[in-house]
Design a protein around this ligand. Sequence first.
Ligand code: PLP
Length: 525
Amino acid sequence: MTAMNNQGRPTGTGMSSNRETPTFTGNRALQLEEPLIFERDNPGACGVDFDEPKAFTPRLGKLARKGSIGLPGLSEPEVIRHYVRLSSKNFSIDAGLYPLGSCTMKHNPRLNEKMARLPGFGDVHPLQPVKTVQGALELMDTLSHWLKVLTGMPAVALSPKAGAHGELCGMMAIQAALKARGEDATRKRVLVPESAHGTNPATAALIGYKVDAIPATEDGRVDLAAFKAKLGPDVAAIMLTNPNTCGLFERDIIEIADAVHEAGAFFYCDGANFNAIVGRVRPGDLGVDAMHINLHKTFSTPHGGGGPGAGPVVLSEALAPFAPLPYVTHGKDGFDLVESEAAAAADGQQPFGRMTAFHGQMGMFVRALAYMMSHGSDGLRRVAEDAVLNANYILASLKDDLSAPFEGPCMHEALFDDRFLKGTGVETLDFAKAMIDEGYHPMTMYFPLVVHGALLIEPTETESKMTLDLFIATLKDLARATKSNDKDRFLGAPHFAPRHRLDETAAARSPVLRWGVDVPRQAAD
Ligand SMILES: *Cc1c(COP(=O)(O)O)cnc(C)c1O
């Protein structure tokens, strides 16, 4: 946090690195220092002119506020500038390459935004009578149709609001199906590969399952023998990501699915990496029972700081009856929403409950469908092909400078380990921080856990060869520099970011979320 002197000039920033010359203002060229709005307070200043109210008798009794509410005093342009400056500090896919592995940070076409803002979609209220939102329901129905076609699955639940929420939905459907068979009390174990995203074991544990980790083989895939040895009458499901988080296709997936089903369990597939196979492989053909689709990954739509997600879950024949409320049906007077268990029962369904108050993220549905329709079936296939091509271009270009843990081509993301840093005194974290100085958002680090000091790069199909070439050249230069004496380029990095190296552990463990004059400030250097 920046301390201010009494002229409002930041002190103690920008001085900690020998790579820069401090300026009077603390600003660096047009990279402006931006304190909290409370720190900008000019007591007594006000952006609006209200007339003094006429005399009145307050009716609040003892509830009347005694002191000031502590709003900072600023003029209107100062407020505008504060927020505009803050907004420009947000790194986004619109600002540069965002190679976060497992996140599919692809370009979001503006057409999607335009469609999502159409009043008939943007302004609907979830409590409007269904006859007034027929177009919105039709859009949900059409999106459902294409999700089912692309995945080869018979049913889909649209309401989950993100991937992890979709996992919960799929696993609750599995739990409901086991309950209907009278096996919910005996099947209490869920198998999860060691390379899984943390949300998988968290989801299973949240609804009372014991998580049992399956080891990976030398080539980064599920150890089939170890997996089969773990199957038994107490297993409820396997949660498997395909392509997996090492960026590799699980070659034995059909054998895995068959073995799971033979053991009377269900196959939950984490579909976060669907971008690698969309239009090429239908998860339904692989024996999947439930799979979430992160609309905000595979089908563009903003995510992370840029917007909410949506995690529809496709379900197999066996799980379809347990899909949550509400859902869209074709009623006799047009589209309808099934909202109650009674209505669902009349429809032959036994919903396990409800994931959200309403039907999910309308804006995300519109964006995802706009994306699908503008690509068409051939375009969607190209998405997967080009995403895989781009990742392999990165892998092939960098495997001699960085170190790749697994032989052979990858799917949509290129995984490296930290062997290339051995003996250099530089670690994965330092390497990633030096990328910030070069103007790159770092790739995913230290994930998946099965690879030491992992660096996971997902370029997506939306990056051009020219962009990838500069990125590759930058990483080559950095890799070369780790072997030189210029350790400060890494150990002190980022040198050119306003706050330099942050103590991320402290920030996560003891976040300071509230401003107050007496809250202790920690200087970042
Ligand atoms: C992103 C991701 C998730 C979680 O999805 P959210 O939409 O962030 O909740 C789960 N698994 C994998 C492999 C992912 O990459």
